[in-house]
Design a protein around this ligand. Sequence first.
Ligand SMILES: *Cc1c(COP(=O)(O)O)cnc(C)c1O
Length: 352
Amino acid sequence: MSRFLSKNYEKLVPYTPGEQVNEKVIKLNTNESPFPPSPKVKEVLSEAVIDKLNLYSDPELKELRKAIAEQFDVTPDMVFCGNGSDDVLAFAIMGFCGNGGKLCCPEISYGFYPVYADIFGVELEQIPLKDDFSIDINDYIGKGKNIVIANPNAPTGLALSFEDVEKIVSSNPDNIVIMDEAYMAFCGESCMELVKKYGNLLVTRTFSKSHSLAGLRVGFGIASKEIIDDLNKLKYSFNPYNLNTLSIKAAAAAIADNEYYDDKIAQIVKNREYTVTELKKLGFKCTDSKANFVFVSTDKISAAALAAELRKKGILIRYFNKAKIDNYLRITIGSIEEMQTLVAAIKEITEA
Ligand SMILES: *Cc1c(COP(=O)(O)O)cnc(C)c1O
């Protein structure tokens, strides 16, 4: 630490991203898609677009917001885009909870929520999950605080029903409820249509997982026009050009290509069912994941040791050295070949 860092940030504990590597490995540690993005993405990233990079990107993101609005049957003024959904979450937590506001989230959930709470001076309550890792919605009914929940939750993969989400949203009318639907494409029940009914709901999504574009950094939030106006006010006070021209074009092309992505998502869901079935045969416990990862444990070997052994075999998965989940592993669902290799490697390690 230098002598110059503001006192406010001395104690900050940053988010730890999963490892990115150059070696050739089977990479099942950061919930990326094993598939390349839609071919339409390549088509729109033409030389003509590159030649125009001398100009600033469109701060209003008109093309992209329109394409997203069409997909979700809302108006473009209900769409806010960010440099990854992390950017959207950051603006929302800063804007609606910052400087002493109150926020609650599940104790075991996306690791970025506590970091944002910390950096923006938010009073955060982390609410324990039930023993089976599910969320007890009674903990959030009429809570009287802002709420952020990942649905499906990470790293458990467990999802809340549409009805339960509506109960949470409707019982907290004077607070913002952020539903982080980063993994919703993989078969949960989205609450997106509720943004038209409830002015306190913000739903966030990302191109990183379901749309094979983690490296592009695009995410978005959908909410009432008033909430989106607030987010834009913050954005224009901080970083008006938060998306670059290439990202805007590429993401707009991707979101319109349902045919391509529906097929890829269906394959991932199928590979997830395969992986759960095979791991259960090997005696693993698996949560009922609705995401593009599974959350598993075994009595045969500690999670830390299994992750280390798999690494030696060139397979990366995610181990969290954190109370209550330190005997669990989060394994991203890759291609069927990758999952077959994983299952064979786990079999070899656990039956040795
Ligand atoms: C991956 C992830 C995000 C952020 O993704 P971006 O790449 O920033 O769009 C947000 N929430 C959860 C729960 C995630 O797992």
